[in-house]
Design a binder for this molecule. Sequence first.
Ligand SMILES: [Zn+2]
Length: 304
Amino acid sequence: MSDSAASSANNDSLQHFIFENSDIRGEVISLAEAYQQVRANNSRAEGGLPEPVLRLLGEFMAAVSLLSGTLKFEGVLTLQAKGSGPMPMIMAEASYQKGLRAAVQVDAASQIGDAPSFTELLGQGGLLAILIQPDKGERYQGIVPLEKPELAACLEDYFAQSEQLATRIWLAADQAHAGGLMLQALPQQLADAEHNECHWQHLVALADTIKNDELLGLDAHTILHRLFHEEQLRLFDPQPVAFACSCSEQRCASAIMAMGQAEAEQIVAEQDLITMDCHFCGQQYQFGPEQLAKLFGDQAASRH
Ligand SMILES: [Zn+2]
């Protein structure tokens, strides 16, 4: 581990680590390409999106990646915030395979200043939800009110209230990169409560010295070396992370089937096609009379 690699570009990856001899784990996430893809996908709308909103998308991607590090089964983890402000919804998803996607809604009529806080953008009554959807098994959802101005602090509230695991999160995003660091206390196993608590305070104090430009410009090894070089740290293999969208023709077809034949035919009668745009990746899916006939069987075909 040398500092000569410090300025090299990060590959998109999630780095897990644990501290030997105490019950504390952590992760570092570095995102560049996946973040650029999401910035581009979300800027297609006329006029694009304000820079503070794009950076918040980066923070959401970094955060959901950190949270997905705890996924123990095939499925999808979604982090979503909703409110009544100029940005009524923002969300990011991570799959078990570390595929990431993210989307945001911005009220085109509202003015967004140069440096609005997360909770200013979401407005009054904002809520933060974490949804876990296993491929097999029951969904889980936890919700907390947004009571802190920053996403990282709101997530810490979430963990304090829902999981009762002491958790600290640092997030940052600029135009090129998004990154994050998480420390989490695990249930007591290796060390006694006093040792864990004392070590936790020490590690948080060290991690608190991280600067945004370090989180964004340095690779995970360098970040961990700078913060914790006097600690006994075990690093796991980094996991590659990439933009991935789970939309498909099949999913759109299912949505049309759910809409019902009468309504679907009505739309095609009026507009020739049912057009569905994926708001995550921009892929467009179109269904005309022939496709509807196939979806709904011979009944639909015989009526035209
Ligand atoms: Zn898509």
